[in-house]
Write a protein that binds this ligand. Structure first.
Ligand code: ZN
Length: 358
Protein backbone atom coordinates (compact mmCIF):
# COMPACT_ATOMS: atom_id res chain seq x y z
CA UNK A 1 0.00 0.00 0.00
CA UNK A 2 1.50 3.33 -0.99
CA UNK A 3 0.64 6.69 0.59
CA UNK A 4 -2.06 7.38 -1.96
CA UNK A 5 -3.76 4.08 -1.21
CA UNK A 6 -3.35 4.76 2.52
CA UNK A 7 -5.19 8.08 2.17
CA UNK A 8 -8.03 6.36 0.32
CA UNK A 9 -8.21 3.60 2.92
CA UNK A 10 -8.41 6.18 5.72
CA UNK A 11 -11.16 8.11 3.88
CA UNK A 12 -13.08 4.87 3.39
CA UNK A 13 -12.84 3.96 7.09
CA UNK A 14 -13.95 7.44 8.10
CA UNK A 15 -17.00 7.40 5.86
CA UNK A 16 -17.96 3.94 7.14
CA UNK A 17 -17.62 5.22 10.70
CA UNK A 18 -19.79 8.24 9.91
CA UNK A 19 -22.50 6.02 8.38
CA UNK A 20 -22.44 3.56 11.33
CA UNK A 21 -22.50 6.38 13.89
CA UNK A 22 -25.74 7.89 12.60
CA UNK A 23 -27.32 4.44 12.99
CA UNK A 24 -25.85 3.86 16.50
CA UNK A 25 -28.85 4.45 18.80
CA UNK A 26 -27.19 3.83 22.15
CA UNK A 27 -24.00 4.52 24.05
CA UNK A 28 -23.19 0.82 23.92
CA UNK A 29 -23.43 0.78 20.11
CA UNK A 30 -21.05 3.75 19.92
CA UNK A 31 -18.57 2.11 22.28
CA UNK A 32 -18.69 -1.12 20.24
CA UNK A 33 -17.88 0.82 17.09
CA UNK A 34 -15.08 2.62 18.93
CA UNK A 35 -13.54 -0.74 19.78
CA UNK A 36 -13.78 -1.99 16.17
CA UNK A 37 -12.05 1.10 14.77
CA UNK A 38 -9.70 2.39 17.50
CA UNK A 39 -9.26 -0.78 19.59
CA UNK A 40 -5.99 -2.77 19.62
CA UNK A 41 -7.04 -4.70 16.55
CA UNK A 42 -9.35 -2.01 15.15
CA UNK A 43 -9.27 -0.99 11.48
CA UNK A 44 -7.37 2.28 12.06
CA UNK A 45 -4.98 0.78 14.57
CA UNK A 46 -4.14 -1.93 12.00
CA UNK A 47 -2.85 0.78 9.66
CA UNK A 48 -0.29 1.85 12.29
CA UNK A 49 1.03 -1.70 12.73
CA UNK A 50 1.68 -1.82 8.98
CA UNK A 51 3.97 1.21 9.27
CA UNK A 52 7.13 -0.94 8.98
CA UNK A 53 6.15 -1.92 5.44
CA UNK A 54 6.81 1.65 4.26
CA UNK A 55 10.24 3.03 3.34
CA UNK A 56 11.77 4.81 6.36
CA UNK A 57 11.40 8.30 4.83
CA UNK A 58 7.61 7.80 4.51
CA UNK A 59 6.98 6.34 7.94
CA UNK A 60 6.63 9.75 9.62
CA UNK A 61 4.02 10.73 7.08
CA UNK A 62 2.09 7.46 7.64
CA UNK A 63 2.06 7.93 11.42
CA UNK A 64 0.83 11.49 11.03
CA UNK A 65 -2.01 10.57 8.64
CA UNK A 66 -3.23 7.69 10.80
CA UNK A 67 -3.03 9.61 14.09
CA UNK A 68 -4.90 12.58 12.65
CA UNK A 69 -7.62 10.22 11.41
CA UNK A 70 -7.80 8.59 14.85
CA UNK A 71 -8.28 12.00 16.51
CA UNK A 72 -11.10 12.92 14.09
CA UNK A 73 -12.85 9.58 14.60
CA UNK A 74 -12.50 9.82 18.39
CA UNK A 75 -14.04 13.31 18.36
CA UNK A 76 -16.97 12.09 16.25
CA UNK A 77 -17.63 9.26 18.75
CA UNK A 78 -17.67 11.70 21.66
CA UNK A 79 -20.01 14.06 19.82
CA UNK A 80 -22.43 11.21 19.15
CA UNK A 81 -22.33 10.06 22.79
CA UNK A 82 -23.17 13.60 23.94
CA UNK A 83 -26.09 13.72 21.50
CA UNK A 84 -27.44 10.43 22.83
CA UNK A 85 -27.15 11.57 26.46
CA UNK A 86 -29.07 14.78 25.71
CA UNK A 87 -31.83 12.82 23.97
CA UNK A 88 -32.09 10.46 26.96
CA UNK A 89 -32.45 13.33 29.42
CA UNK A 90 -35.15 14.92 27.32
CA UNK A 91 -37.10 11.65 27.05
CA UNK A 92 -36.91 11.19 30.82
CA UNK A 93 -38.17 14.70 31.47
CA UNK A 94 -41.15 14.38 29.16
CA UNK A 95 -41.98 10.96 30.67
CA UNK A 96 -42.07 12.57 34.13
CA UNK A 97 -44.47 15.23 32.90
CA UNK A 98 -43.72 18.84 32.32
CA UNK A 99 -40.98 19.78 34.72
CA UNK A 100 -40.74 23.45 35.50
CA UNK A 101 -37.61 24.24 37.46
CA UNK A 102 -38.94 27.70 38.29
CA UNK A 103 -41.92 26.42 40.33
CA UNK A 104 -41.60 26.80 44.13
CA UNK A 105 -40.80 23.65 46.13
CA UNK A 106 -43.32 21.65 48.14
CA UNK A 107 -43.64 23.04 51.66
CA UNK A 108 -42.83 20.62 54.46
CA UNK A 109 -45.77 19.91 56.79
CA UNK A 110 -45.86 22.50 59.59
CA UNK A 111 -46.75 20.12 62.40
CA UNK A 112 -49.94 20.21 64.38
CA UNK A 113 -51.29 21.26 67.74
CA UNK A 114 -51.78 18.77 70.54
CA UNK A 115 -55.52 18.35 71.24
CA UNK A 116 -55.13 19.47 74.84
CA UNK A 117 -53.27 22.60 73.76
CA UNK A 118 -55.94 23.33 71.15
CA UNK A 119 -58.73 23.17 73.73
CA UNK A 120 -56.67 25.11 76.25
CA UNK A 121 -56.21 27.99 73.81
CA UNK A 122 -59.90 27.97 73.02
CA UNK A 123 -60.86 28.17 76.71
CA UNK A 124 -58.25 30.87 77.34
CA UNK A 125 -59.67 33.05 74.56
CA UNK A 126 -63.18 32.64 75.91
CA UNK A 127 -62.23 33.66 79.45
CA UNK A 128 -60.10 36.53 78.24
CA UNK A 129 -63.24 37.94 76.62
CA UNK A 130 -64.98 37.64 80.01
CA UNK A 131 -62.28 39.67 81.72
CA UNK A 132 -60.36 36.85 83.39
CA UNK A 133 -56.62 37.12 84.02
CA UNK A 134 -54.39 34.26 82.92
CA UNK A 135 -52.20 33.01 85.78
CA UNK A 136 -49.70 30.21 86.05
CA UNK A 137 -48.53 28.34 89.12
CA UNK A 138 -45.61 26.00 89.70
CA UNK A 139 -45.99 22.27 89.11
CA UNK A 140 -43.94 21.65 92.24
CA UNK A 141 -46.00 23.01 95.13
CA UNK A 142 -45.71 23.29 98.86
CA UNK A 143 -47.90 20.98 100.87
CA UNK A 144 -49.53 24.06 102.36
CA UNK A 145 -50.61 25.54 99.00
CA UNK A 146 -51.75 22.23 97.56
CA UNK A 147 -53.70 21.10 100.64
CA UNK A 148 -53.88 23.21 103.83
CA UNK A 149 -54.72 26.52 102.16
CA UNK A 150 -57.53 24.71 100.36
CA UNK A 151 -59.14 23.46 103.55
CA UNK A 152 -57.55 20.00 103.32
CA UNK A 153 -55.62 19.52 106.59
CA UNK A 154 -53.21 16.63 106.96
CA UNK A 155 -55.74 14.51 108.82
CA UNK A 156 -58.41 15.01 106.15
CA UNK A 157 -59.60 11.85 104.34
CA UNK A 158 -59.83 13.87 101.09
CA UNK A 159 -56.06 13.61 100.86
CA UNK A 160 -56.47 9.95 100.04
CA UNK A 161 -58.51 10.90 96.96
CA UNK A 162 -55.53 12.79 95.66
CA UNK A 163 -52.55 10.58 96.30
CA UNK A 164 -49.64 12.25 94.64
CA UNK A 165 -45.91 12.21 94.15
CA UNK A 166 -43.98 13.47 97.14
CA UNK A 167 -40.56 14.87 96.49
CA UNK A 168 -37.52 14.36 98.68
CA UNK A 169 -37.48 18.09 99.48
CA UNK A 170 -40.92 17.81 101.13
CA UNK A 171 -42.77 19.43 98.21
CA UNK A 172 -45.43 17.73 96.11
CA UNK A 173 -46.25 17.59 92.42
CA UNK A 174 -49.52 19.50 92.51
CA UNK A 175 -52.60 17.29 92.39
CA UNK A 176 -54.76 20.04 90.91
CA UNK A 177 -54.46 23.59 89.64
CA UNK A 178 -56.33 24.78 92.75
CA UNK A 179 -53.20 26.05 94.56
CA UNK A 180 -53.34 28.94 92.07
CA UNK A 181 -56.61 29.99 93.80
CA UNK A 182 -54.69 30.67 96.97
CA UNK A 183 -51.78 32.27 95.14
CA UNK A 184 -54.12 34.59 93.21
CA UNK A 185 -56.06 35.69 96.29
CA UNK A 186 -52.77 36.62 97.94
CA UNK A 187 -51.51 38.33 94.80
CA UNK A 188 -54.56 40.34 93.69
CA UNK A 189 -57.07 40.50 96.55
CA UNK A 190 -60.80 40.85 95.82
CA UNK A 191 -62.55 41.27 93.45
CA UNK A 192 -60.77 38.97 91.01
CA UNK A 193 -61.25 36.78 87.97
CA UNK A 194 -58.49 34.33 87.23
CA UNK A 195 -57.96 31.23 85.17
CA UNK A 196 -54.89 29.03 85.51
CA UNK A 197 -54.23 26.24 83.04
CA UNK A 198 -51.59 23.66 83.77
CA UNK A 199 -50.40 20.13 84.31
CA UNK A 200 -51.36 18.16 87.38
CA UNK A 201 -50.15 14.84 88.73
CA UNK A 202 -51.72 12.02 90.69
CA UNK A 203 -50.53 8.64 91.70
CA UNK A 204 -53.20 6.86 89.64
CA UNK A 205 -53.57 3.45 88.17
CA UNK A 206 -53.62 4.21 84.47
CA UNK A 207 -56.60 3.13 82.41
CA UNK A 208 -58.70 4.49 79.52
CA UNK A 209 -59.84 7.50 81.58
CA UNK A 210 -57.09 7.96 84.20
CA UNK A 211 -53.55 9.20 83.74
CA UNK A 212 -50.85 10.15 86.22
CA UNK A 213 -50.34 13.40 84.29
CA UNK A 214 -53.29 15.46 83.11
CA UNK A 215 -54.28 19.03 82.34
CA UNK A 216 -56.75 21.26 84.14
CA UNK A 217 -57.84 24.84 83.96
CA UNK A 218 -58.58 26.37 87.31
CA UNK A 219 -61.13 29.16 87.37
CA UNK A 220 -61.80 31.54 90.23
CA UNK A 221 -64.18 34.45 90.40
CA UNK A 222 -64.58 36.49 93.56
CA UNK A 223 -66.88 39.45 93.81
CA UNK A 224 -69.91 40.67 95.72
CA UNK A 225 -73.18 38.71 95.55
CA UNK A 226 -71.89 35.83 93.48
CA UNK A 227 -73.98 32.65 93.55
CA UNK A 228 -74.48 29.25 91.98
CA UNK A 229 -76.56 30.55 89.03
CA UNK A 230 -73.52 32.53 87.83
CA UNK A 231 -71.42 29.40 87.98
CA UNK A 232 -73.90 27.17 86.16
CA UNK A 233 -74.55 29.75 83.46
CA UNK A 234 -70.80 30.11 82.90
CA UNK A 235 -70.35 26.32 82.75
CA UNK A 236 -73.07 26.01 80.16
CA UNK A 237 -71.59 28.78 78.05
CA UNK A 238 -68.07 27.39 78.34
CA UNK A 239 -68.94 23.82 77.36
CA UNK A 240 -71.28 24.87 74.55
CA UNK A 241 -68.64 27.13 73.08
CA UNK A 242 -65.83 24.59 73.28
CA UNK A 243 -67.91 21.71 71.91
CA UNK A 244 -69.51 24.00 69.31
CA UNK A 245 -72.90 22.46 69.94
CA UNK A 246 -75.63 22.56 72.58
CA UNK A 247 -74.27 20.50 75.48
CA UNK A 248 -76.45 18.65 77.93
CA UNK A 249 -75.32 19.21 81.49
CA UNK A 250 -75.94 17.23 84.61
CA UNK A 251 -75.39 19.00 87.91
CA UNK A 252 -74.90 16.88 91.01
CA UNK A 253 -73.79 17.65 94.51
CA UNK A 254 -70.10 16.88 94.82
CA UNK A 255 -67.72 16.99 97.72
CA UNK A 256 -64.53 18.97 97.55
CA UNK A 257 -63.14 20.40 100.79
CA UNK A 258 -62.36 23.79 99.25
CA UNK A 259 -65.91 24.57 98.13
CA UNK A 260 -69.27 24.71 99.90
CA UNK A 261 -71.62 23.76 98.34
CA UNK A 262 -69.71 21.65 95.83
CA UNK A 263 -70.96 20.51 92.46
CA UNK A 264 -70.05 17.98 89.85
CA UNK A 265 -70.96 19.37 86.46
CA UNK A 266 -71.02 16.56 83.92
CA UNK A 267 -71.63 16.58 80.20
CA UNK A 268 -73.14 13.81 78.13
CA UNK A 269 -70.51 11.45 76.71
CA UNK A 270 -69.75 12.15 73.11
CA UNK A 271 -67.90 8.91 72.53
CA UNK A 272 -70.99 6.72 73.05
CA UNK A 273 -73.71 9.38 72.76
CA UNK A 274 -74.86 8.57 76.29
CA UNK A 275 -75.27 4.80 75.90
CA UNK A 276 -72.28 3.98 78.11
CA UNK A 277 -68.69 3.09 77.26
CA UNK A 278 -65.37 2.58 79.07
CA UNK A 279 -64.49 6.27 78.66
CA UNK A 280 -67.57 7.37 80.65
CA UNK A 281 -67.42 4.33 82.97
CA UNK A 282 -70.67 3.15 81.34
CA UNK A 283 -72.65 6.02 82.86
CA UNK A 284 -73.18 8.07 79.68
CA UNK A 285 -71.84 11.12 81.54
CA UNK A 286 -68.35 12.51 81.84
CA UNK A 287 -67.16 14.58 84.78
CA UNK A 288 -65.51 17.61 83.25
CA UNK A 289 -66.19 20.41 85.69
CA UNK A 290 -65.98 19.92 89.42
CA UNK A 291 -66.94 23.26 90.90
CA UNK A 292 -68.56 25.06 93.77
CA UNK A 293 -68.75 28.17 95.91
CA UNK A 294 -65.39 28.97 97.47
CA UNK A 295 -65.29 27.74 101.09
CA UNK A 296 -65.05 30.51 103.70
CA UNK A 297 -61.92 28.87 105.11
CA UNK A 298 -60.24 29.15 101.73
CA UNK A 299 -61.21 32.81 101.46
CA UNK A 300 -59.85 33.45 104.94
CA UNK A 301 -56.59 31.65 104.09
CA UNK A 302 -56.34 34.04 101.13
CA UNK A 303 -56.92 37.05 103.42
CA UNK A 304 -60.40 37.70 102.02
CA UNK A 305 -63.36 38.41 104.30
CA UNK A 306 -66.09 35.80 103.57
CA UNK A 307 -68.76 38.11 105.06
CA UNK A 308 -68.07 40.67 102.37
CA UNK A 309 -67.00 38.59 99.39
CA UNK A 310 -68.14 35.38 97.78
CA UNK A 311 -67.14 33.53 94.66
CA UNK A 312 -66.97 30.30 92.79
CA UNK A 313 -64.19 28.09 91.61
CA UNK A 314 -63.94 25.25 89.18
CA UNK A 315 -61.30 22.83 87.92
CA UNK A 316 -62.03 22.19 84.28
CA UNK A 317 -60.70 18.81 83.21
CA UNK A 318 -58.94 19.92 80.08
CA UNK A 319 -57.77 16.44 79.13
CA UNK A 320 -61.28 14.96 79.36
CA UNK A 321 -62.74 17.90 77.48
CA UNK A 322 -60.21 17.40 74.65
CA UNK A 323 -61.17 13.72 74.54
CA UNK A 324 -64.85 14.64 74.23
CA UNK A 325 -64.24 17.33 71.66
CA UNK A 326 -62.08 15.20 69.37
CA UNK A 327 -63.62 11.81 70.10
CA UNK A 328 -60.47 10.34 71.69
CA UNK A 329 -61.46 7.14 73.48
CA UNK A 330 -58.33 6.47 75.45
CA UNK A 331 -56.60 9.06 77.62
CA UNK A 332 -53.29 7.21 77.23
CA UNK A 333 -52.74 8.29 73.63
CA UNK A 334 -52.53 11.92 74.75
CA UNK A 335 -49.24 11.38 76.57
CA UNK A 336 -47.91 8.96 73.98
CA UNK A 337 -45.89 9.87 70.93
CA UNK A 338 -48.67 8.83 68.58
CA UNK A 339 -48.95 11.68 66.09
CA UNK A 340 -52.43 10.58 65.00
CA UNK A 341 -53.63 12.25 68.21
CA UNK A 342 -52.78 15.72 67.01
CA UNK A 343 -55.16 18.31 65.67
CA UNK A 344 -54.68 19.43 62.13
CA UNK A 345 -54.37 23.23 62.07
CA UNK A 346 -57.17 23.30 59.52
CA UNK A 347 -59.62 21.68 61.91
CA UNK A 348 -59.16 24.34 64.55
CA UNK A 349 -61.19 26.96 62.73
CA UNK A 350 -62.54 30.01 64.49
CA UNK A 351 -60.14 32.41 66.12
CA UNK A 352 -57.58 29.72 66.95
CA UNK A 353 -55.83 29.28 63.68
CA UNK A 354 -52.28 28.06 63.66
CA UNK A 355 -50.70 31.18 62.36
CA UNK A 356 -48.18 30.73 59.59
CA UNK A 357 -44.84 32.24 60.34
CA UNK A 358 -43.72 34.34 57.42
ZN1 ZN B 1 -69.44 7.06 76.90
Amino acid sequence: MDLHQLRERIAQIESEVAASLTKAGSGDAVRGLDNRVLGKEGSLSALITSIKEYPPDQRGQVGKLVNEAKARVKASFEARLAELRAADAQAEASAAGAFDATLPGVAAPMGAVHPVTAVQWEVERLFERLGFTLEAGPEMESEYNNFEALNIPASHPARDMQDTFWLTNGMVLRTHTSPVQHRSMKKFGPPLRVIAPGRCFRYETIDASHENTFHQIEGLLIDRDIGLPHLIALAKMLLTEVMQREVELRVRPGYFPFVEPGLEIDMNCRICGGKGCPTCKNSGWVEVLPAGMVHPNVLRAGSIDPDEWSGFAFGLGLTRLAMMKYGIRDIRVLNSGDLRATVSPVRLGGPIVWEKSA
